[in-house]
Design a protein around this ligand. Structure first.
Ligand code: SF4
Length: 94
């Protein structure tokens, strides 16, 4: 098993309960900010993607709540909060 498929298999063990609102948002107008492109590289769950227009898009489905994107990009471009109690990730040997 390669490292990447091993990682996906481990992440697949975790359980996610979505919050009513996304707990991380790209601030409006910041989608093409160069700082956001760091998240494409560092998010361990691969939740950030750069589209053909050079804008970064993200989803919180599968977020590990590790905070790496918050540290890498900063709160000028990201609004970052923990999900409400009882929602979010539940780690299961992942
Ligand atoms: S908190 Fe971690 S897993 Fe969630 S989006 Fe940011 S870097 Fe990815």
């Amino acid at each position: 098993m390669s490292t990447m498929s091993g990682l996906k298999a481990k992440l697949g063990l975790d359980v996610f309960k979505p919050d009513s609102e996304p707990h991380i948002r790209i601030k409006p107008g910041m989608e093409k900010d160069p700082r956001l492109k760091r998240a494409v590289l560092v998010c361990p769950a691969g939740l950030y993607k750069e589209n053909a227009d050079g804008a970064v898009e993200m989803t919180t489905d599968g977020c590990l709540e590790c905070g790496t994107c918050r540290i890498a990009c900063g709160t000028e471009v990201l609004e970052w909060n923990y999900p409400s109690g009882g929602t979010g990730v539940q780690f299961r040997f992942g």
